[in-house]
Write a protein that binds this ligand. Structure first.
Ligand SMILES: Cc1cc2nc3c(=O)[nH]c(=O)nc-3n(C[C@H](O)[C@H](O)[C@H](O)COP(=O)(O)OP(=O)(O)OC[C@H]3O[C@@H](n4cnc5c(N)ncnc54)[C@H](O)[C@@H]3O)c2cc1C
Ligand code: SF4
Length: 521
């Protein structure tokens, strides 16, 4: 039997000022100072900052409003509810790259791992140097990182929440003498239930749903869930609001929603903001809108140990191995439920799969983050974004090299067998087997590559001929239209992106507040 998520919206459970499809049964017109499209890392942060600054804010979100009580360990049901397209989204290329985005109030923060890292200083320096982001140096950004970290409670895990899979990752790194950091996560006494990617059932993870959204509501913002925005409205170059429709229970289009606003903020994420702007007739003079798509591609290995690991006990990603960070590689242990790991070098059916899954409790699933040099783009098909991304040979070989290093660490920690995310070498049974892998001989078309870090499709920069927005997120060649999401990144950042997005959204919101008289006139 397929379990559905519990019904979220019992009377009295929805906070005041959150409105759902049940509240918008007829065509509706709303007015406010700022309308924000999307309620994820960027949108929710901007909403809280702008509302706290005294502006009248409306947030429109295509996904539903779920509360902490709705999140369960039924991964398949949670994926259907919380992941856009049920998680079955991919960038076309060879290999295709599976990518995931959240669709719910709180956006992808509802399903993310909670890793919270500042943008590395060398990346900020590069943005200053190469993209003219003169206000984004490490010193300038410190105020924004501090502020975000206070709002979302960034800290190390309580030690008792760390499970055996992560302990083994640390043992392996320590034996190799490799640099390993305790992860910084946005959490309050997370007990380590390892359900982060399917909604945190304890509320410990400080996703936007339980941090910035309540803060925005407290300062008077209104949040409308179940509204898909189709277009931004304009008077000449000046953005004047948005047009959308209620998304019915069965996904069909319901009542029309029109919002008239002095300022429009697009925060639909790196895939959907370019699509919204494109549908609205915005054409960046630089031609970069929807281009420069970076993906932080990652691959995973499954290592089987002699002991009972029970990787589902303990927090998701307690550590990051940073020994190879300068080469653009970061490793972590990333337990996944049985229904999800099929794609990691596993046979997809039959007795062989059954035998392997018998070993589930002895598995460490580990993966890497790879700072990419490949660039993809979005194409619009009937107003919908289709991502294309061709992993170049350099990045493909970097993924193989990273896999070899990760396998070294796991064998050092005591792994007996390792399943690889590409064809050719077969399963590894000892560290000696690693030496037989030649990165140049691996056919990249056979790689199982995925990502949850899409960025860069509406890049900031001081030169309108190379960028989509200025350094405050204001869209070039448009008036009173801002972007606050992962699309803003001029380059990939090599670490998990949420905190960077939140810091940039805070910065852009403060810019709007400082100049509000001009924008509201
Ligand atoms: C499984 C997973 C794990 C991750 N783990 C981490 C991690 O540990 N640390 C980290 O730093 N990052 C992590 N990330 C990435 C991080 O969560 C995202 O980079 C970040 O949330 C992106 O912020 P955003 O504001 O750009 O978009 P999102 O947070 O995705 O929010 C965009 C919102 O806009 C809505 N929207 C889109 N189009 C429309 C429309 N037309 N009308 C109305 N609403 C619309 C979407 O439904 C969505 O809710 C993870 C992501 C995933 C999916
Ligand atoms: S591991 Fe911690 S943050 Fe993740 S879902 Fe469990 S309690 Fe929440």
């Amino acid at each position: 039997m397929v379990a559905l998520p519990k019904e979220a919206l019992h009377a009295g459970r929805i906070p005041d000022n959150v409105f759902t499809r049940d509240d918008v049964r007829r065509d509706t017109e709303l007015r406010c100072d700022v309308v924000i499209v999307g309620s994820g890392a960027g949108g929710a942060t901007a909403a809280a900052e702008l509302a706290e600054g005294g502006l009248d804010v409306i947030v429109l979100e295509e996904g539903r409003y779920y509360g902490t009580r709705d999140f369960t360990a039924d991964a398949s049901a949670m994926i259907r509810a919380l992941y856009r397209g049920g998680g079955a989204t991919a960038a076309l290329g060879s290999p295709p790259i599976m990518f995931q985005e959240g669709i719910a109030v709180g956006g992808s923060t509802v399903i993310n791992g909670g890793m919270s890292w500042r943008t590395p200083e060398d990346i900020l320096d590069r943005w200053v140097r190469e993209d003219g982001l003169t206000n984004h140096g490490a010193k300038d950004m410190e105020f924004y990182f501090d502020r975000v970290e206070r709002r979302i409670h960034v800290r190390e895990q309580d030690p008792e929440s760390i499970g055996r899979d992560n302990a083994l990752l640390k043992e392996g790194a320590d034996k190799k003498g490799w640099l390993i950091f305790s992860n910084l996560r946005n959490q309050v006494h997370c007990p380590g239930s390892n359900n982060c990617a399917f909604g945190c059932p304890t509320g410990a993870k400080q996703s936007a749903l339980v941090s910035y959204i309540p803060r925005a509501l407290h300062f008077g913002a209104r949040v409308y869930s179940d509204i898909r925005v189709s277009k931004i409205s304009f008077d000449g170059k000046r953005a004047t609001g948005v047009l959308g429709r209620v998304v019915d229970e069965d996904g069909r289009r319901g009542a029309k929603v029109t919002v008239r606003a002095s300022i429009v903020v697009a925060a639909c994420g790196a895939i959907h903001t370019p699509a919204l702007l494109h549908r609205s007739g915005v054409r960046s003079p630089s031609g970069r809108l929807g281009r420069d798509l970076s993906m932080h591609p990652n691959v995973k290995v499954v290592a089987i140990f002699d002991e009972q690991v029970r990787g589902y006990e303990g927090v998701h990603q307690a550590y990051q191995v940073r020994e190879f960070h300068e080469q653009g590689l970061v490793f972590a242990a990333v337990n996944m439920p049985p229904s999800i790991i099929g794609g990691v070098g596993m046979p997809h059916y039959g007795a062989e799969l059954g035998e392997l899954m018998d070993d589930y409790n002895r598995m460490v699933i580990a993966g890497m983050l790879c700072e990419d040099t490949s660039l993809g783009r979005l194409r619009m098909v009937g107003g919908h974004p289709v991502a294309t991304y061709q992993l170049n040979d350099y990045d493909a070989q970097k993924l193989v090299k990273g896999t070899k290093l990760l396998c070294e660490l796991l064998f050092e920690a005591g792994a007996q067998k390792i399943l690889l995310p590409f064809s050719g070498p077969g399963d590894l049974h000892s560290a000696d087997d690693i030496k037989t892998i030649d990165p140049q001989q691996i056919d990249k078309r056979t790689m199982e590559v995925l990502t949850v870090h899409m960025m860069g499709t509406a890049r900031m920069g001081s030169d309108p001929n190379r960028a989509v927005t200025d350094q405050n997120g204001a869209v070039y060649d448009a008036d009173r239209l801002f972007i606050c999401d992962a699309g803003l990144f001029p380059t990939p950042i090599g670490v998990n992106p949420m905190e960077t997005i939140q810091a940039l959204a805070t910065r852009n919101a403060h810019h709007i507040l400082i100049d509000q008289e001009r924008y509201l006139s």
